[in-house]
Design a protein around this ligand. Structure first.
Ligand SMILES: [Ca+2]
Ligand SMILES: [Ca+2]
Length: 478
């Protein structure tokens, strides 16, 4: 146990001691350089060593840097030594690149180099040599050779992060050590710019700033950003050079995929001025994009091609558990018009609306629907009430008439002194008239006949309104 702890402590001390101290790094402009003449590593291990320092093998792309580095390998060492730098032609023979993939344009080569000696020299090093044609100049060497190395890193230790957002906007924070030597960074020193490249950018003002854990941390809200834009965080003015240690960039930006419905709405009800549509809610396994979906927007397209938003509903309004049944009534439509209808799903956050889903075509009706539509809902209720009332009144009238008829039938059947008229007898004969005493003033028993005078003191006369065969009863006692 004790031995294990001792080994652990020794390992920690060794790893700490392997980190070069600050005074071993030399600053030129916005970069720091470390000249390591003790490690003796092959090219890949040398780069790994630099990465452990948060650095890379040095990029030497100006006379100023070349001269600066030469001072640290002077006077020329004996025996001759060469220091790995971040330049190689391992991908395409003869086409040397820096480690960030950019092409090597600066010419730092020694005389007659690079020569790809033995067709096996693909990694570049910088000589410390008594030969003036070599000292401070480059040579291509075999990448497996164990040499010294020069690391390089930026003065500023950027931490540029972006929280995921919907396309079109981004939320970025950039943190840099607030103390830089004898300089303390102010809020305006840490900046963010957005654009396709360093030559075409828009500066974004910070929305909030704080100092936490020794870092100046600025937050930025970018309202308008394209999918192929880069976000640059930089200290001071944005450097336009190909490589700069005073800026970092973020690309591509990690946007959410907007939600899309794979199936279109169906029409449930059609009127002259409104249409009821329904659709299945967005779910991850069947539809496209990312949730959570918070609402839906319903669109109308008239035959002139223009899409108009017809309204929207929240996603928790529909019926169902996993996949809800959503329903929406589109109002204010023109009678007899043809429309295309489409629905889009909207995820949370600004700019979360996905593309319009498949569309359905519908033609509004012209007839009754337009009347009801014009009358309005409240008037429709009154009309239904009136129709219902009229129906009830009609029913009462029918009942009353039926009752009266039944009463008359009973009266007819109870009339005294009546007998069936002789076949073929003329019912207009006076002796068959029923006197008033038998029935009331309005009654008569000559069915199919209508009495022209109602008084019993006068001779009654009858007009045939049907035919005489229907006469069933006559008075035989008069
Ligand atoms: Ca080569
Ligand atoms: Ca060579």
């Amino acid at each position: 146990m004790f031995v294990g702890i001792v080994i652990l402590v020794l390992n920690v001390l060794r790893s700490v001691s392997s980190q070069p101290s600050a005074d071993e790094w030399y600053r030129l402009d916005d970069a720091l350089y470390l000249v390591d003449n003790t490690s003796r590593l092959n090219y890949d291990d040398a780069q790994s060593q630099c990465l452990e320092y948060g650095a890379n093998l040095a990029r030497v792309d100006s006379d100023e840097i070349q001269s600066f580095l030469t001072t640290f390998i002077s006077p020329p060492s004996m025996p001759t030594r060469c220091f790995w730098i971040g330049c190689h032609d391992r991908e395409v023979e003869g086409q040397f690149k820096w480690l960030d993939g950019t092409q090597v344009r600066y010419n730092g080569w020694a005389s007659y180099q690079p020569d790809d000696h033995g067709e096996n020299q693909d990694c570049a090093c910088l000589w410390s040599s008594k030969n003036p044609n070599r000292h401070g100049r480059w040579d291509d060497n075999t990448c497996g050779a164990r040499l010294d190395l020069i690391c390089q890193k930026g003065v500023y230790n950027f931490t540029l992060t972006s929280s995921r957002s919907n396309p079109g906007s981004a939320y970025v924070s950039c943190a840099v050590d607030v103390v830089q030597g004898d300089q303390t960074l102010s809020p305006n020193d840490v900046r963010v710019s957005v654009g396709k490249n360093v030559s075409s950018t828009t500066s974004i003002p910070y929305s909030s700033t704080n100092v936490n854990g020794g870092l100046r941390n600025n937050s930025f809200v970018i309202d308008s950003i394209q999918d192929d834009d880069k976000i640059f965080c930089h200290v001071g003015k944005l450097a336009r050079t190909e490589r700069s240690f005073s800026r970092v960039d973020l690309s591509p930006i990690n946007f959410y995929a907007l939600p899309g419905l794979t199936s279109g709405p169906s029409v449930e009800d059609i009127s002259s001025t409104f249409v009821t549509v329904s659709w299945s809610s967005w779910i991850p396994c069947l539809d496209t994009g990312e949730g959570p979906v918070v609402s839906y927007l319903v669109y109308l397209q008239t035959m002139d091609g223009e899409w108009v938003e017809g309204g929207g509903i929240d996603s928790d309004v529909g019926e169902g558990d996993l996949q809800r049944r959503m329903e929406f009534v589109l109002t204010g439509l023109e009678p007899g018009n043809e429309y295309n209808i489409s629905v889009s799903a909207v995820r949370e956050g600004v700019g979360g609306e996905g593309p319009k889903g498949p569309l359905v075509s519908v033609t509004t009706s012209i007839e009754s629907g337009s009347l009801f539509g014009a009358l309005g809902k409240s008037n429709l209720i009154w009309i239904l009430f009136g129709v219902s009332l009229a129906g009830n009144i009609l029913l009462v009238v029918v009942i009353v008439i039926t009752c009266r008829r039944q009463r008359k039938q009973q009266k007819k059947k109870t009339l005294p002194n009546l007998s069936r008229a002789p076949s073929g007898h003329d019912p207009k004969d006076h002796q068959y008239e029923v006197p008033r005493a038998v029935g009331d003033g309005d009654d008569h028993i000559y069915e199919g006949l209508q009495r022209t005078e109602s008084s019993i003191n006068k001779e009654s006369s009858y007009l045939s309104i049907d035919n005489t065969d229907r006469v069933e009863y006559v008075n035989t006692n008069i």
